[in-house]
Design a binder for this molecule. Structure first.
Ligand SMILES: [Zn+2]
Length: 195
């Protein structure tokens, strides 16, 4: 099942929701307009007067009314939480030292400045590394062991983070999110390579 991308009424991407959650927003009249393509057609109840079954079409991207609570949550949480899945995706599943592509179970989170030397567990200090490179680097700084980072680690913006969290992101959803990435986002290039 694909996820539905929900944006606010101004078109700012907010989050992924299930089609069931989207259906509830449609029913409660909170969908202001639709952006993506029709994705699911759901059959509803039978209208007592017309005897016709109601139908609902769920689109891949929907713009919804702002809830004060959500609005606040999305505006104030400027740094997205750090998890391995979005981190590996940020780095394109490449080891940022040897440059090879690995399946997730062979990847690890490397602290560029090691924790043992005051490095922090934050987006700008972590990169994807294969277990081999991570072991070789151990408690050293990359330059101390002749290793070089292939790309500078960055903190994803909210739109970038939504993309990184997505499962089976559809083309129109991806393009929509990309339009909200910062212009300088390294993901523009990484996603172009994926296409
Ligand atoms: Zn490696």
């Amino acid at each position: 099942m694909h996820q539905i991308l929900r944006s606010n009424v101004a078109g700012m991407p907010l989050e992924w929701i299930s089609y069931q959650q989207a259906a509830r927003l449609y029913c409660s009249g909170q969908v202001c307009y639709v952006i993506g393509r029709p994705l699911y057609h759901l059959g509803g109840g039978i209208n007592a007067i017309t005897r016709r079954r109601s139908k609902m079409t769920i689109h891949s991207i929907i713009a919804t009314d702002n809830h004060p609570g959500n609005y606040l949550k999305f505006q104030t949480r400027s740094v997205p939480p750090l998890h391995n899945a979005p981190l590996f995706r940020r780095d394109g599943y490449l080891c940022m030292y040897c440059g090879h592509h690995y399946p997730t179970h062979l990847l690890s989170r490397d602290h560029v400045r090691p924790l043992s030397r005051g490095g922090q567990d934050i987006w700008p200090n972590v990169v994807t590394a294969c277990k081999r490179c991570n072991n070789a680097k151990a408690g050293w700084m990359p330059e101390e062991v002749g290793m070089e980072l292939l790309a500078v680690p960055f903190v994803p913006s909210h739109a970038e983070y939504i993309y990184l969290q997505g499962r089976r992101v559809l083309t129109d959803q991806m393009e929509y999110l990309m339009a909200h990435f910062p212009r300088t986002s390294p993901l523009h290039e990484r996603l172009r390579d994926l296409k």
